[in-house]
Ligand binder design. Structure first.
Ligand SMILES: [Ca+2]
Length: 300
């Protein structure tokens, strides 16, 4: 007797089954969708002792179910920004279910600073008149997210990591915030979003210039003070003082602030000149702006 066994993988029937699988189970990031049934069978052909071919015999069908595998990814995985003390920095991110089945991912965030900065996880849900899932934080989007909610395979959640920079924090202070998305199906499957936040507070510069390099007795010299906020936050209650040098006499009523003449009296026009000292209460200097003060003296 001569007989042989032939694997029917793929037979026409198996091809049809695979086609059905392909049509009914869309491709996901991590292989075949969970729950997909993979079926297979084999066929034996043989001849009897007289050499006549016998009907083929097909085996039973074996079914293998595709199990769920967890997967998650974040984008962008890292980010960096700066902010003024008291401000809030926002990191937009997305969490994608890269597993092959539906899953929910818990969201938590920590700050590296001691004491810790407050980090809140918000939804990009368009609340309060905003636009959902646009990656931009609108003021009304204040809903806190403890998880992504159920995400189908390849499903995406969009949100923000909001970092409250404590008021009074010194310029240049940095903090690293780490958001972790953890699979509820498999707790060892996680993705992170790491933000690096640096404090950028007001930085004022003050420069002084004279309109002449040399002057004879009796000549007039005009001084110009230029103040500038090169930081990224407003400077407030800015006050500038200038003591009149020896050997010169202040020219009464000669102070200007940003081109506007001011009086010497303490009358609320920001400028006071008395006892050889000029005081200018500039007030707020907005980030990135500058101003000028001028006054005149005569050489004794
Ligand atoms: Ca939005």
């Amino acid at each position: 007797m001569r007989w042989f066994i032939e694997s029917k993988a793929p037979s026409i029937a198996a091809c049809a089954a695979l086609l059905i699988i392909a049509l009914s189970a869309p491709a996901v990031a991590q292989g075949t969708a969970a729950g997909t049934q993979i079926q297979n069978s084999a066929t034996v052909n043989y001849n009897n002792s007289a050499g006549a071919a016998q009907p083929a015999v097909t085996s039973n069908t074996v079914t293998v179910a595709v199990t769920q595998v967890a997967g998650v990814s974040s984008s962008p995985a890292t980010g960096a920004t700066s902010g003024a003390p008291g401000a809030t920095a926002y990191y937009a991110y997305s969490i994608t279910n890269s597993g092959n089945g539906s899953d929910t991912f818990s969201l938590s965030a920590v700050s590296s600073h001691s004491p810790a900065w407050t980090v809140t996880i918000l939804k990009d849900d368009g609340a309060g008149g905003g636009t959902a899932n646009d990656g931009i934080h609108q003021a009304g989007e204040t809903n806190v997210a403890a998880s992504t909610g159920a995400l189908a395979a390849d499903g995406v959640f969009k949100g923000f990591m909001a970092v409250a920079i404590p008021a009074g924090t010194a310029n240049g202070t940095s903090d690293t915030e780490t958001l972790t998305a953890k699979s509820q199906f498999n707790a060892s499957t996680t993705a992170t979003v790491v933000g690096t936040t640096t404090v950028a507070s007001a930085v004022l510069t003050l420069t002084k210039a004279a309109d002449v390099q040399s002057a004879a007795p009796g000549a007039t010299v005009t001084y110009t003070l230029t103040y500038k906020n090169t930081g990224s936050a407003d400077a407030t209650q800015v006050a500038i003082t200038d003591s009149i040098p020896a050997n010169v006499t202040y020219v009464a009523g000669s102070v200007t602030l940003n081109g506007t003449a001011k009086t010497d009296a303490a009358d609320g026009d920001q400028v006071t000149a008395s006892n050889g000292t000029i005081t200018v209460a500039v007030g707020t200097v907005t980030a990135g702006t500058q101003g000028t003060i001028t006054f005149k003296v005569t050489v004794k």
